[in-house]
Design a protein around this ligand. Structure first.
Ligand SMILES: NC(=O)c1ccc[n+]([C@@H]2O[C@H](COP(=O)([O-])OP(=O)(O)OC[C@H]3O[C@@H](n4cnc5c(N)ncnc54)[C@H](O)[C@@H]3O)[C@@H](O)[C@H]2O)c1
Length: 439
């Protein structure tokens, strides 16, 4: 991909209707992106079906949800959940009776991790166990699902899985430095990527964030074939991240959060969609803007690119509703602090020489730098302090708007998708939001 392929016009088509089935491939969290798609699927009257990643028992063995957990998850989703654990990654997998990668990492310390080495032949064995477990669980899920999707209906598979950070103490400390540290506490993302620990984490990201999309497409092949033979259609979507165009200096310009450690896995996800597309399968990765969710909260400063959405709302024919969003955001700031001053700070941040260096699409995902961490995390802190309450942030409101806007864009585009990888930038999201709220 040499440059972003951006969705510029609001898609209008819709092939999905009552009786068609929407399958969420990942769990649903309150602030998660998937809510946008689920809302649209419900509006269209589709049957909603979900999966679970399962839970770990006291010995770290994967188990299905218990009755109570299942009831909560189904009511939260508004649909049935196929209760077969689909936890991806191999951080807790190993040949029977042998140590898992997480066990091997447990001995690493903050002093030793950069020199600690892993036995890659052994890690590969663990990976094979994890992949085999996941694929066989996918096969069980698909067998159940097969009976739930009638002949001739359409199916929409929405992949939302991303993650794969192993739960080891040493990484929590490292992550705090790489994603949140500045000054004395700064740590270069390159140090992580050059270590065996970092290489293992990237392999696990590949499994969770990218390869699961392939396993979903492969595992549902017989459902796809049956539906297509009986007059139905099948679509696949996944959420990507590969930077976003936002308003900087009055123009939409591509920018990114750095260092996005999962970047290589997200490019692999794009490759999965491109390869499937080449064989006639309608699979599309939608590269979405930075928002605050359970998964992105760890990346301090990722939210800074959200603020210019307010300007985009005005620029894309925003009316009274767009002004009301400005008002809502104003009301979250401390007395005497204006939204204009906050946006000015963001503009200065984005146009600074430190940030401009990172607007290099071809070099993505770039390593972080000390200057970047100082400016980004410092600005993030300063902006949080401009609020009345650090739990009620402007970016919380804007994240909800972006999620709301991506829903109809992805849902309608997927009826007749233009390609396997599409960027949803602030322009189209603002257009969609203004349209939805214009009446
Ligand atoms: N938040 C952002 O700024 C942002 C931007 C662009 C794209 N995305 C992507 O959107 C998608 C949804 O993320 P979100 O930010 O809404 O957060 P979220 O926390 O709501 O969703 C994360 C998803 O990953 C699944 N998951 C986590 N670990 C897993 C594992 N080991 N095995 C299987 N599934 C696992 C969860 O069940 C959940 O469905 C992800 O693919 C994410 O990369 C997020």
């Amino acid at each position: 991909m040499n440059s972003p392929v951006s969705l510029r016009d609001i898609p209008q088509s819709n092939i999905f209707r009552k009786g068609d089935v929407f399958v969420l491939f990942g769990e649903l969290f309150g602030r998660g992106y998937a809510n946008g798609l689920i809302n649209e699927a419900k509006k269209a009257g589709m049957t909603i079906i979900g999966i679970t990643v399962g839970r770990r028992d006291e010995n770290n063995a994967l188990r299905p949800l218990n009755d109570e957990e299942l009831a909560v998850a189904e009511s939260n989703l508004g649909g049935r959940i196929i209760n077969v654990p689909l936890m991806a990654g191999f951080d807790l997998d190993a040949p029977a009776g042998e140590p898992t990668p997480t066990d091997l990492l447990a001995d690493m310390t903050l002093k030793s991790w950069q020199d600690d080495r892993l036995d890659w032949q052994y890690i590969e064995k663990c990976r094979e166990v994890g992949v085999a477990r996941f694929k066989s669980s996918v096969a069980r899920v698909m067998a159940e699902l097969d009976g739930m999707i009638p002949d001739g209906s359409n199916a929409f598979f929405a992949h939302t899985m991303a993650g794969g950070i192993p739960k080891v103490k040493v990484f929590l400390a490292i992550a705090n430095r790489i994603y949140k540290g500045r000054g004395e506490r700064f740590m270069s993302s390159r140090a992580l990527l050059d270590s065996d620990l970092g290489k293992l984490i990237l392999m696990n990201f590949d499994e969770v964030t990218a390869n699961t999309f392939q396993y979903l497409i492969d595992g549902s092949a017989h459902i796809r074939a049956r539906l297509e033979k009986s007059g139905g259609q099948v679509r696949y979507t996944a959420y990507g991240y590969h930077g976003t165009e936002i308003l900087i200096d009055g123009k939409y310009q591509w920018q990114t959060y750095s260092n996005y450690t999962q970047g290589r896995a997200k490019m692999r996800l794009e490759n999965v969609a491109e390869a499937a597309w080449a064989t006639g399968i309608k699979a599309t990765v939608y590269n979405c803007p930075e928002i605050r969710t359970n998964s992105s909260d760890i990346f301090a400063g990722v939210e800074l690119s959200l603020f210019p959405l307010l300007k985009a709302l005005r620029q894309e024919n925003g009316g009274a509703w767009a002004e009301a969003q400005w008002q809502t955001c104003r009301s979250l700031l401390q007395e005497g602090i204006t939204l204009e001053a906050l946006l000015q700070k963001i503009e200065a941040y984005n146009t600074s020489s430190v940030m401009s260096v990172f607007r290099n699409f071809a070099a993505w995902p770039m390593d972080n730098s000390e200057a970047l961490a100082d400016l980004m995390i410092g600005t993030s802190d300063e902006i949080i302090q401009m609020h009345k309450d650090r739990k009620e942030l402007v970016v919380g409101h804007l994240s909800a708007l972006v999620l709301e806007g991506t829903g109809p864009l992805m849902f309608h585009e997927t009826s007749s998708p233009a390609g396997p990888v599409l960027w949803l930038n602030h322009d189209i999201i603002a257009k969609q939001l203004n349209l939805m709220h214009s009446s």
